[in-house]
Design a protein. Structure first.
Length: 548
């Protein structure tokens, strides 16, 4: 830095051009010489053939593991025997690999044996992939186990999906292997994983169908067949289960045979398909190849690897299900190559429609936002959330505290309330949380009733929030006041969705009651008269807030 500071610009350009090769190669200094002292001058021109041979040898050694590197108790021989190939004896077996899409022996055995002690690992990712994929083909060769393979793979897929989702929704709201029984009993079906969140449900169907090698090479007929087994069948089963839940005529039993009491207020069921296999182009194909009617809702399909990442970032039930809602409702609006691009964009900007845009194509760069924290985390590296801008961008402790209070209320419509608030931008939610605390403190100080109202027109529909800090301890009076006052404000603001929050004078809680009205606004003489009559409510001292 000092050299650059004290060197004229033109001279520095010439100087930096001359030393650039040395700077680039300096990090590989020790690779050029097997025996050389660190203080020996380094000159590229002085490197002879022997030095370059040493460089190539030492560079390869960076990717070489030795049996002696491992603890003898690990029995590393078994692992290496299963996942390595020999340059001398195995290359002829790979003769079938002639073009992209053909089976490549290297995919199954990505470690190359150099001699009895040394093994070359050119691509570490290929080792992880093979460890996940190869055992399936080993088990296929076991005739005594072959018949049980499909059943156990399906069960394992369910268990993995259940573990991820139950960490988000909680064990009491997540059910596995749900059996649906109708009164007639002739069209029973099942749900692999069912998640309940107030007035919303998530119906998950897990498939462990592998893509055949023929479909990977581009064979359209086989691709359609594989797609049906992995995606189409899961969607159609999900449609049946969704209908059963919304009709409210069937009974639902968990894997222990116990009756699941579903709320009568469930008004939406999202369909999710999970594949336990690495399915290339899953996001694209599940949209373009899926057969559905216009009346059918869009499903969302994820690999189990994508599910793991999404539940890592969206680890609360409302954040997770809100993402699912936005994905399926905007399936024809946003387009991206894979699910992680959608997730990266949502964490950065939220999946909301953009003004004056009929269609949005998302760049792959949004997916790289995931890399900063997640993959170090999976490797066991302690990386704090503080520097992760996508995980902390929308975080607001006061707003999350309000959501926590709401979620503790045993009312299904709480989900609709929180989803409506999530439809507002971050500044609006921050302002609501901030003003709720201000209004509550004013009532504590002066013993008077205070309120504020904010209206948002940034979402698809006009919505509003009213908060009343009541100078009484009567819960019934507060609820009646909320209903009347919010109905009046909703009508005057021509709002389609309105939320009312209220707190009692002597309560330590910020929210003691809430109302929710999502009836579409319409003018009628009766509604106008009711709004006018309700405007004569007892005077409430307002608090001025900036319009949102």
């Amino acid at each position: 830095k000092e050299l650059k500071k004290n060197t004229p610009k033109e001279e520095w350009k010439k100087y930096s051009k001359e030393i650039k090769p040395s700077i680039e190669f300096y990090q590989y200094f020790n690779l050029f010489f097997d025996n050389k002292k660190k203080d020996t001058p380094f000159d590229l021109d002085s490197i002879k053939e022997g030095g370059w041979n040493s460089f190539y040898k030492n560079l390869i050694d960076l990717f070489v593991i030795r049996k002696a590197d491992f603890d003898k108790n690990l029995n590393i021989d078994s692992f290496l025997n299963n996942f390595s190939l020999s340059l001398e004896s195995d290359l002829e077996i790979n003769s079938e690999f002639k073009q992209i899409g053909d089976f490549n022996l290297f995919s199954a055995t990505p470690i190359i044996q150099l001699d009895d002690e040394r093994y070359f690992v050119p691509i570490t990712f290929s080792v992880y992939e093979s460890v996940y994929e190869s055992p399936y083909y080993w088990m296929l060769k076991d005739e005594s186990y072959k018949d049980k393979l499909a059943k156990n793979r399906g069960k394992t897929g369910e268990d993995i999906a259940f573990d991820f989702l139950s960490n988000v929704f909680g064990k009491k709201k997540t059910f596995k292997s749900v059996k649906i029984v109708t009164s007639k009993g002739n069209d029973d079906t099942d749900i692999d994983v069912l998640c309940i969140l107030g007035s919303k449900a998530l119906c998950v169907q897990v498939k462990s169908k592998k893509l055949t090698q023929v479909s990977r090479t581009g064979n359209n007929n086989q691709l359609q067949k594989d797609f049906k087994g992995a995606i189409q069948d899961a969607f159609e089963q999900g449609l049946v289960c969704r209908k059963k839940i919304l009709e409210k005529k069937s009974k639902f039993y968990n894997e222990s045979g116990e009756l699941i009491e579903l709320s009568e207020d469930i008004d939406e069921v999202y369909i999710m398909g999970i594949t336990s296999e690495n399915y290339p182009s899953l996001t694209h194909q599940s949209h373009t190849l899926l057969k559905k009617t216009d009346a059918d809702p869009f499903p969302i399909f994820l690999s189990v690897f994508e599910l793991e990442i999404i539940t890592h970032y969206l680890n609360t039930p409302y954040d997770f299900l809100y993402y699912i809602r936005q994905r399926v409702s905007l399936m024809d609006y946003f387009k991206a190559e894979n699910e992680l691009i959608y997730l990266g964009y949502h964490l950065e900007n939220k999946l909301w429609r953009l003004p004056k845009s009929d269609f949005v194509s998302l760049e792959p760069d949004f997916g790289k936002l995931i890399d900063r924290n997640y993959y170090p985390y999976r490797l066991g590296i302690n990386v704090s959330d503080k520097g992760d801008k996508i995980k902390t961008k929308w975080k607001n402790d006061d707003f999350e505290a309000i959501c926590k209070l709401m979620s503790a209320v045993n009312q299904p419509k709480v989900t609709d309330v929180i989803f409506t608030l999530l439809d507002w931008d971050g500044n609006a939610r921050d302002s609501i949380a901030k003003n709720i605390k201000i209004i509550k403190e004013q009532t504590i100080k002066d013993g008077k009733c205070h309120n504020f109202t904010v209206v948002s027109n940034k979402s698809v529909v006009t919505s509003g929030v009213t908060y009343i800090s009541f100078n009484s301890s009567s819960h019934i009076e507060l609820k009646n006041l909320l209903i009347n006052f919010c109905d009046c404000r909703k009508y005057k603001s021509k709002g389609d969705i309105w939320i009312g929050f209220g707190s009692l004078k002597n309560s330590p809680l910020l929210i003691d009651a809430f109302v929710f009205n999502n009836l579409k606004w319409e003018y009628t003489p009766k509604n106008a008269a009711n709004a006018e009559a309700r405007s004569t409510l007892p005077r409430i001292a307002p608090v001025r807030t900036d319009a949102l």
